[in-house]
Design a protein around this ligand. Structure first.
Ligand code: HEC
Length: 221
């Protein structure tokens, strides 16, 4: 650790200090005289670090505290997974019957309400995928949050903002239809804390079927 007489300011873009400023676009780092580390984040970014127009940020002080228990991380399986072709076939069918395909693409192309699951096996472990399906609101993918818009005529709309400019918002509804709403039609605008996904979609499946669906999801590269 560098201990500076004068605070050192350095700018680290795209840094990932676990949960600290996890959505930060740019972060300033400095050590205090006692060795504490200060992190300032400016703004938030989506998954691909595109800046989002929202006036948020934070200033954090990181202090070493041996009393703190480390939050358990999901086990990432490092071994090369191989799945039987019959299980993959079954998983692919279940992907359709449990409605995943209604909101997710598995290839590049069409934008749907949910993010593409192409490459899912490279970015999430089996445990994370399972947890994400069972408990969708625990971690909502940045920029994929739901927005509830109440219009001045009383109509309530729920969906995901896919585009916006000074005059209007493009809101994708469940079912992937995109509505254009001009700003002056809007009475209230609320970002949802709950995911647009349904909870426990695969609870009705048998354990074996769940495993096949997970095999299929993990095989998406
Ligand atoms: C009603 C639409 C909808 C349905 C149906 C749906 N999802 Fe999603 N899903 C979403 C949205 C929206 C997100 C992003 C917001 C979030 O993280 O909750 C998402 C996120 C995910 C993620 C996290 C992806 C990432 O890159 O972080 C996974 C995994 C996932 N869904 C799997 C599934 C599976 C498997 C099914 C079927 C059992 C399913 N989803 C059904 C809308 C849906």
């Amino acid at each position: 650790m560098i201990l500076a007489e004068q605070p050192v300011i350095c700018l680290l873009p795209f840094m990932d200090l676990q949960n600290v400023g996890k959505e930060g676009v740019l972060q300033d780092l400095t050590f205090g005289k006692d060795g504490s580390l200060y992190v300032a984040t400016h703004g938030i970014a989506d998954y691909w670090y595109n800046p989002i127009q929202e006036s948020t940020g934070g200033f954090y002080k990181l202090v070493y505290d041996p009393q703190q228990k480390v939050k358990t991380q999901y086990q990432r399986s490092v071994k090369q997974e191989t799945f039987s072709s019959s299980s993959l076939e079954k998983g692919k069918d279940l992907y359709k019957t449990t409605a995943c395909f209604a909101c997710h693409a598995t290839e590049d192309g069409q934008e749907l309400l949910g993010p593409t699951l192409k490459g899912l096996g490279n970015r999430m472990s089996r445990e994370e995928i399972y947890e994400s399906i069972m408990n969708p609101s625990a971690i909502i993918k940045p920029s994929m949050e739901g927005t509830k818009i109440t219009l001045k005529d009383g109509k309530v709309l729920l969906g995901r903002i896919v585009n916006s400019n000074e005059q209007q918002f493009d809101l994708m509804l469940i079912g992937n239809q995109v509505l254009q709403i001009t700003r002056n039609e809007i009475a209230t605008f609320e970002t949802q804390k709950k995911s647009l996904r349904y909870e426990g979609l695969i609870k009705i499946l048998s354990k074996a079927d769940q495993e096949s669906l997970l095999d299929y999801l993990q095989s998406l590269k």
